[in-house]
Design a protein around this ligand. Structure first.
Ligand code: GDP
Length: 377
């Protein structure tokens, strides 16, 4: 995941450094030309002003005033550095820092333009991009950065900006163990997003943690969906509750819960028809399933490769039924990773797992530290 974005960011960091060097060159030339010459009697006043900015006090010998007449401030200061009293040494250190690189609004605008493009190209949503920009501006503009630290400083600002986009996740297994039996999970998402496969993977994971599951084939709409889930149930050797195609999905869910109660099972996993978030009657039907089955958790399954589409779908499903969490499938074939970066910010809900392949074992707990790491940050 993120291969493409990572590479792009890497070259962006070094271009940010080059851009800083170029800006610094221009600023230096301008400073040299426009620096006012020190007039008699003004040395102390000027130096004190600089000292004030550097938040140190300075005590100058009156003789210095004469000595520095006619020099530019910078040159003048260099000249007296040798003669300065030890208690004023800190001032020169601060002063040197002042000549390190300062992130101006103009410099930020320059590097941001490139970064924004990279983020857009890699499926990061506009909302997430706006947030990243706001955070970066807060962290960087006006900051004095030593030239050697520039890349690292920008990197760490971007790192915390992206970290801020993720909603803190929770441990699903723990949550199930600490809840009343059976724990009911409803899966929503559009067709082909990997819903059925993800249900099977989660069933596999829960069984591995000694939690007994039952599947509910409540997608009574799409041809072959019941058979597909039944195949998974056979392979996993877990029970499945199914009705006829066209029957009421809410009653399939209801029956599965009854089955779990009478067999002392821990978790009910309810598949639903992959509806478009725009189809109002289907959304209504899903509201009915929620009313009848009262799920403890509503999980949205989205395909991470579809980028902004998946983010938008998650937003719409969240508006309709208030999802509790997200699983992104097909992260193994997603080079860009923008959905993972955006979807939490847009919905305010955590990503719990990533689907990373077609095998039962290919469900990985989502850890933001790993995402940050795979971005090279
Ligand atoms: P549904 O229509 O939402 O139930 O989607 P399916 O579960 O049938 O998945 C659609 C296709 O995506 C199938 O071919 C799955 O094998 C594949 N798929 C699901 N999850 C993953 C994943 O994490 N990685 C990869 N590479 N393929 C996946």
């Amino acid at each position: 995941m993120f291969n493409k974005l990572k590479e792009k960011l890497k070259s962006w960091f070094s271009s940010a450094k080059t851009q800083a060097e170029e800006q610094e060159k221009v600023e230096k030339t301008l400073k040299k030309e426009s620096k006012p010459k020190i007039k008699e009697g003004k040395v102390e006043e000027k130096l004190k002003k600089i000292a004030e900015k550097a938040t140190v006090e300075i005590h100058l010998e009156p003789s210095l005033d004469k000595q520095l007449r006619g020099e530019t401030i910078t040159e003048g200061l260099k000249g007296i550095e040798q003669e300065i009293k030890p208690e004023n040494k800190g001032f020169f250190i601060k002063l040197k820092e002042k000549f390190s690189f300062k992130v101006t609004k103009e410099y930020f605008a320059g590097i941001w333009e490139n970064l924004e493009l990279i983020l857009l190209e890699n499926n990061v949503s506009l909302k997430a991009i706006d947030q990243i920009k706001e955070n970066l501006e807060k962290e960087l503009i006006g900051k004095e950065i030593k030239k050697d630290d520039l890349e690292q400083e920008i990197k760490s600002a971007l790192k915390s900006s992206i970290e801020n986009l993720f909603v803190e996740s929770f441990d699903l297994i723990e949550k199930i163990r600490n809840s009343e039996k059976p724990f009911v999970i409803l899966f929503v998402g559009i067709n082909g997003s990997g819903k059925t496969t993800t249900i099977a993977k989660l069933a596999y994971l829960l069984e591995k943690h000694k939690l007994k599951v039952v599947l509910a084939a409540a997608d009574t709409f799409r041809a072959a969906s019941i058979e597909q889930l039944s195949l998974h149930a056979d392979k996993l050797k877990v029970p499945i509750i199914k009705h006829e195609y066209g029957s009421d999905p809410a009653s399939v869910g209801f029956d599965a819960i009854k089955h779990a109660q009478s067999h002392n099972l821990d978790v009910v996993l309810i598949d639903t028809a992959g509806r478009m978030h725009t189809k109002e009657n289907l959304i209504k039907e899903m509201e009915k399933i929620c009313r009848v089955t009262k799920p403890d958790l509503k999980l949205f399954i989205g395909e991470s490769i579809t980028g902004n589409d998946a983010t938008e779908q998650a937003e719409k499903f969240n508006e309709a039924i208030q999802i509790d969490g997200i699983i992104l499938s097909k992260a193994d074939v997603d080079e860009k990773g923008g959905t993972a970066i955006s979807v939490s910010k847009v919905t305010g809900k955590p990503i719990l797992y990533l689907g990373v392949g077609q095998r039962m074992e290919d469900l990985k707990e989502f850890k933001k530290e790993e995402i940050i790491k795979s971005l090279g940050l």
